[in-house]
Design a binder for this molecule. Structure first.
Ligand code: NDP
Length: 318
């Protein structure tokens, strides 16, 4: 049996690392330009020691924003459980240096109260997330999607009350259309719980937040924007250039289908590869750089299945 050494964070995590922190909208919060997401690879589906190595590497290099949702991991909830163990074994002394987010909005448990945007669901889901992560509070709690069948005021008041209860320091919304986003912004501002951040899918292959005016709105109103799947789940990397690796997300044929690996994609990747060579960047770095160049983007939220991938992604800050 291998023994894992007690974790002492690198004393150089802020001095020698290349991390750049961006102000999140017009708030007091600074977030790293590259943040780490725990959607895939960190639940029971991945070896715990790999999750630990990636998380330690991130923190040792100044990446202090970790993003979760109630349903991350296989089975749902297990990514938060992994992090609960990491909190106990590695990160407890560093709690005040970490910015931890979680969300509720997609199906998490059976029956009418385990999905969408009711007060009942959001409040109980956050309590469950805190238990799984062994935390007293999260730094940021999101409504994970807009619920057209619940009064918008009910969802938003739940977010306000969660902050008033001290269970989250800030609130955000994710995947909400523009009009409800406008309403959310106004509602929350009137109650002195300003909308900190919007989380949306933005990458070179999917520009909806730009096309729909969401990024512009956030930028104009001083709301931060964090881009999820900035590598299009791995499509915008060298991962699929020569086939579909057995350990890749696409090989699982669930969230990333093999039909996405089209001749058009491959020729786009070859162009990106050539452009990257000229700029001294990999395909992934070109893709991340593009997202970070969009006006109003605070941070890119990357996933990783190895320390090497994360290291390559962090290097765009150099
Ligand atoms: P990415 O677009 O960054 O894709 C990550 C995947 O790309 C990795 O798992 C890996 O695939 C591959 N990869 C990453 N870096 C490299 C590299 N340098 N070279 C080659 N391959 C690489 O993001 P995700 O789709 O994972 O999303 C990131 C985070 O965003 C999530 O963890 C979550 O926190 C958040 N999110 C939020 C959503 C929302 O609705 N709010 C929805 C989706 C994500 P492989 O595993 O195959 O090696």
């Amino acid at each position: 049996m291998t023994t894992v050494s007690k974790y002492i964070a690198s004393p150089e995590r802020y001095t020698k690392s290349e991390v750049i922190y961006n102000r999140c909208g017009k708030s007091g919060v600074l977030l790293p330009k590259v943040s780490l997401g725990f959607w895939h690879n960190f639940g029971q589906e991945g070896p715990f020691e790999r999750s630990r190595a990636i998380t330690r590497f991130a923190f040792d290099h100044g990446i202090n924003h970790f993003d979760f949702a109630n349903n991350y991991g296989i089975p749902a909830g297990s990514a938060e459980e992994t992090f609960g163990r990491l909190m106990d074994e590695d990160f407890r002394p560093y709690r005040d240096e970490l910015f931890i987010s979680t969300k509720a909005g997609y199906l998490m448990w059976d029956g009418p109260f385990g999905d969408w945007g009711s007060r009942k669901y959001l409040m109980s889901s956050l309590d469950q997330s805190l238990q799984r992560m062994h935390l007293d509070y999260v730094d940021l709690f999101y409504s994970h999607r807009f619920d057209p069948n619940t009064p918008i005021e009910e969802t938003l008041q739940a977010l306000v009350d969660i902050v008033r209860q001290g269970k989250a320091l800030y609130v955000g919304i994710s995947n909400w259309p523009l009009e409800p986003l406008r309403k959310a912004h106004a509602y929350l501002r009137e109650r002195d719980v300003p909308l900190l951040i919007y989380q949306g899918r933005l990458n070179m292959l999917n520009r909806e937040p730009i096309e729909q005016g969401i990024l512009d709105f956030c930028h104009g109103q001083g709301v931060g924007f964090i881009a999820f799947s900035p590598l299009a789940q791995g499509l915008l990397t060298d991962r699929y250039l020569d086939g579909i690796p057995a350990d890749s997300r696409m090989a699982k044929e669930h969230f990333l289908k093999s039909e996405r690996r089209t001749p058009e994609l491959l020729s786009y990747l070859h162009e990106l590869e050539a452009k990257g060579k000229a700029n001294g960047r990999t395909i992934a770095q070109e893709a991340l750089n593009w997202v970070l160049e969009q006006k109003g983007v605070t941070s890119v939220l990357v996933g990783a299945s190895s320390v090497e991938q994360l290291a390559q992604n962090l290097a765009i800050m150099k």
